[in-house]
Design a binder for this molecule. Structure first.
Ligand code: NDP
Length: 334
């Protein structure tokens, strides 16, 4: 069993040398309740960057020498759990390695009728994150304006499409002209703005003539700075991610406007709510019932960026934090 372990903690942007490809021992004895899985697909996600830091957060950091964490789709090879048998396809947290022994209670069966990879993207944690944040916190109403960043990624593209289904005007923030086009043509956004544009604030103001009712926060930093003045009274901000800040060890160097923010929260009666998708676990079945048929019929579009081979994982992950991925980034193993 080969796997990528964390070799050292990165400073700023991660580097290939922060990871080490090694033989990772697996307990050959599958114990009662456990399942041996051969990992076929590995999900690469922005949160993994935070797990590389030795900092207190909602989840434990990866230890030096430990296999990098990650969601996987795999095939059951051996099972001592009554719900699974050899040959089953399962979703679990197998990590950056070829095989994993996992507790059966942490595994999920895949939804039928759709490719297995969708369990890591549009119908997996990213798609459900979009649903939980937009529907349960954002509470979109017809005619309202919804803005979301990383808009061609698995979270942002789902936010845009769910908001459109709810009758909203949707505005994408994405990196570069090609992704902005994609946001409009593939995911139906009404407008798309490149966050690298020096005129970001002006362009966003033009794209949101009636202000912003929901800002689904994936990015942080300068995009948040451009959004804040445009928020309407009673706007909702599901704070989902801050990808522009994940590589930063020092604090944000932009203008600090905490006092202004507090004033806006009061005067505009804003709701800002940070969330982790697992907070909404009770709505997962509701989400799948709604989204799986729409994904199967193609009414909800999704884009996957599949790279081949376990060896490619660190480079692909580093690229994700630079916006090089086009859609849900997945590594196909062996
Ligand atoms: P993506 O696959 O979209 O990948 C991340 C994208 O972020 C990049 O492609 C890039 O898109 C964008 N990005 C990277 N750096 C910057 C930057 N400096 N400024 C602006 N954009 C940047 O990611 P996901 O859809 O998987 O995740 C989106 C967000 O949701 C992340 O913040 C993630 O951490 C968060 N998340 C939160 C969860 C929760 O439970 N709270 C669960 C899952 C995800 P582009 O090229 O368009 O700029």
């Amino acid at each position: 069993n080969r796997g990528w372990t964390l070799a050292r903690r990165p400073t700023g942007e991660p580097n290939v040398e922060d990871f080490s490809l090694q033989a990772v021992p697996l307990n050959p004895q599958v114990m009662e309740g456990q399942v041996l899985v051969r990992n076929r697909l590995l999900s690469l996600d922005p949160y993994m960057r935070w797990r590389m830091n030795d900092a207190k957060s909602y989840a434990r950091p990866v230890d030096i020498g430990q296999v990098m964490v990650g969601a996987t789709v795999g095939e059951v090879l051996d099972s001592k759990h009554p719900a699974f048998k050899p040959g089953d396809s399962v979703l679990g947290g197998g990590g950056w390695q070829e095989y994993a022994v996992l507790p059966g209670e942490h595994l999920q069966r895949l939804v039928g009728n759709v490719p297995p990879s969708t369990a890591l993207g549009v119908l997996g944690s990213p798609g459900f994150t979009a649903y939980a944040g937009l529907i349960k916190i954002g509470m979109p109403k017809p005619g309202q304006t919804v803005v979301v960043g990383a808009a061609t990624g698995p979270v942002g593209s789902m936010v845009g499409q769910l908001a459109k289904l709810a009758g909203c005007r949707t505005v994408a923030i994405a990196g570069g002209r090609a992704k902005c086009e994609l946001a409009k043509t593939m995911f139906g956004f009404d407008a798309a703005i490149d966050h690298r544009e020096p005129r970001l604030s002006e362009l966003l103001t033009e794209a949101c003539p009636k202000g912003i009712d929901i800002y689904f926060e994936n990015i942080g930093g300068k995009v948040w700075d451009a959004v804040l003045p445009l928020l309407n009274d009673f706007a909702r901000v599901p704070v989902c991610g801050l990808v522009s800040q994940y590589n930063e060890d020092a604090s944000y160097e932009g203008e600090t406007r905490l006092a202004l923010l507090m004033r806006d929260i009061l005067v505009k009666r804003l709701t800002l709510r940070g969330f982790i998708v697992t907070d909404f676990a009770q709505y997962r079945d509701e989400f799948l019932e709604m989204a799986a048929p729409l994904v199967a019929s193609g009414e909800i579009a999704h884009l996957e960026d599949i790279v081949d081979g376990l060896e490619a994982a660190p480079d692909a992950f580093i690229g994700l934090l630079q916006g090089k991925n086009k859609g849900k980034l997945i590594v196909r193993l062996g």
